[in-house]
Design a protein around this ligand. Structure first.
Ligand SMILES: [Zn+2]
Length: 240
């Protein structure tokens, strides 16, 4: 059983200015509804609309699980005021102790996290947050980065950002904690998962090191009006 849906697909692209921050947002349906990561500020309308199209109101999300506290994964947690917000003990410590400031991690949105901190509960290794949905810690990208394992499908956040990194044993960029550990953790991924739903890419098979469907991911820039552009994620070939 693969009861999960990609609500917003991750895009493995680095723009010349800043970060695009288009991370994967997924919905895991077990005995509870778990939203895995939340996307960026600019994703807000599309996030809520896509949930609605799937027949889900925001107050029907039981748990918002945050793989880590980078803005593009956590910032929309405040859109779900009725949900429990979960993240790892270690990631919370990274925030509370201000360790993230010491290591120059400038993409943790402190003010927004303070807005929803009362609803945060922390979890640890192997904790089952819903039936068959287990927390797996993957320190490296940040010291408290963690994933969820469900039916041998691993939702990794930025512990595995994209297929290329995984294939080439390249650490996630940027890494704020431990690059060697981040790469070592890819071996653990191989041991426990059949499918990876990566932080900024399309789901792939671990054994075959290839995407689940044959397609080419295209980033298109089209002219919307004179001088105004639209950047689009498009895939060519078999659709997911
Ligand atoms: Zn990140």
């Amino acid at each position: 059983m693969k009861n999960y849906k990609i609500i917003l697909p991750g895009v493995p692209a680095y723009p010349s200015r800043g970060f695009l921050g288009w991370c994967t947002v997924a919905l895991i349906e077990s005995d509870k509804r778990v939203l895995f990561d939340t996307g960026s500020y600019g994703d807000r309308f599309q996030l809520l609309e896509t949930l609605e199209k799937n027949g889900i109101r925001r107050d029907e999300i039981d748990i918002v699980f945050l793989s880590h506290l980078h803005y593009d994964h956590c910032i929309n947690a405040e859109l779900f005021p009725d949900s429990k917000i979960l993240l790892s003990d270690r990631e919370w410590e990274y925030f509370e102790s201000e360790e993230y400031k010491e290591v120059g991690d400038e993409v943790v949105p402190e003010g927004v996290i303070r807005e929803f901190e009362d609803r945060i509960e922390t979890t640890g290794e192997e904790e089952e947050i819903a039936e068959g949905v287990e927390v797996v810690e993957f320190p490296g990208h940040t010291p408290g980065s963690s994933a969820l394992l469900f039916n041998e499908i691993l939702f990794t956040g930025d512990a595995v950002k994209n297929l290329w990194d995984f294939k080439n044993r390249s650490p996630p960029y940027p890494t704020f904690s431990d690059e060697d550990l981040a790469v070592e953790n890819y071996e653990l991924v191989r041991e426990i998962a059949e499918i990876v739903v990566p932080g900024h890419d399309t789901p792939f098979s671990v054994n075959e090191e290839r995407y689940l469907s044959d397609f080419n991911l295209l980033i298109e820039i089209e002219t919307l009006r004179e001088g105004i552009f639209r950047i689009k994620r498009r895939s060519e070939g078999k659709r997911m």
